[in-house]
Design a protein around this ligand. Structure first.
Ligand SMILES: *[C@@H]1O[C@H](CO)[C@@H](O)[C@H](O)[C@H]1NC(C)=O
Length: 241
């Protein structure tokens, strides 16, 4: 009996050690490092609530040196669609790509700098199914993408990989290598002034009410890791409020 008990304890402890536990932290002034071309390396974000959005804004900063042809920054799978939201770009043509409800749209001529911080925000609204993208203070035109449907249900949110057919099924051609920071998702379309404030990296920009980098619940997989922004890039510190 004693032997059985210690056996059970051993199995329980091993199971706990092997399964990654989500952590909640403020990642202000921190980056996530995506150091290798591997579909095992990604970060899962855990929002407090399941999705009910009819509009959204996603903003993040990325510092790329891509090894794949179509690196993915951010993606959301829901029960109804493994490609409900994806944000990626084509390395060869420097076109950004947005997927909404499995429909695809491309944005041309926006900046994309290797080994530098790029700031990107994307907005979408169910009313007219219009998306707009903002990169380094350049605004795209507005484009129609996806059916006029709200987002619904329990999401799987990933950084550094795009979900394809089934949840968390990744493809090497969509693996991101570089740094990602300051990820925020809002339940509304931000105004151009709110986006500009975020772009300028002012500390008083609006924090996400669905995903908030300053109070983030996340799980790290593979060789991704958290580093201090000022220890890996020459970016100056955010202004103090
Ligand atoms: C999620 O819940 C935690 C704990 O109650 C709270 O501190 C945090 O602000 C919430 N996050 C968002 C984005 O609302």
């Amino acid at each position: 009996m004693r032997r059985l008990a210690s056996y059970v304890i051993f199995i329980v402890c091993c199971g706990l050690a092997l399964s990654q536990q989500p952590e909640r932290k403020c990642l202000r002034e921190k980056v996530i490092v995506f150091p290798e071309l591997s579909t095992n390396t990604w970060v899962k974000l855990h929002p407090n609530e399941s999705m009910t959005q009819t509009e959204f804004t996603v903003c993040l900063r990325f510092y790329p040196d891509p090894e794949s042809s179509n690196p993915c920054l951010f993606s959301i799978a829901t029960p109804s669609n493994p490609r409900d939201i994806s944000l990626l770009w084509f390395v060869d043509t420097k076109q950004y790509q947005l997927v909404i409800h499995n429909s695809l749209v491309q944005f041309n001529g926006l900046p994309l700098n290797l080994n530098q911080w790029n700031t990107i925000c994307v907005t979408w609204d169910v009313k007219n199914a219009l998306a707009q993208m903002f990169v380094n203070e350049v605004a795209s035109i507005k484009r129609v993408v996806g059916p006029k449907q709200a987002f619904k249900g329990e999401p799987v949110i990933s950084l550094g990989q795009c979900q394809t057919k089934v949840h968390s099924a990744f493809h090497l051609s969509k693996t991101f290598t570089g740094f990602i920071s300051d990820v925020h998702m809002h339940n509304q379309v931000l105004t151009i002034n709110q986006i500009k404030t975020y772009m300028e990296a002012k500390s008083k920009y609006k924090l996400g009410d669905y995903i908030n980098w300053h109070n983030l619940m996340y799980t790290i997989f593979g060789s991704a890791e958290i580093n201090e922004k000022h220890q890996v890039t020459f970016k100056v510190k955010e202004e103090q409020p």
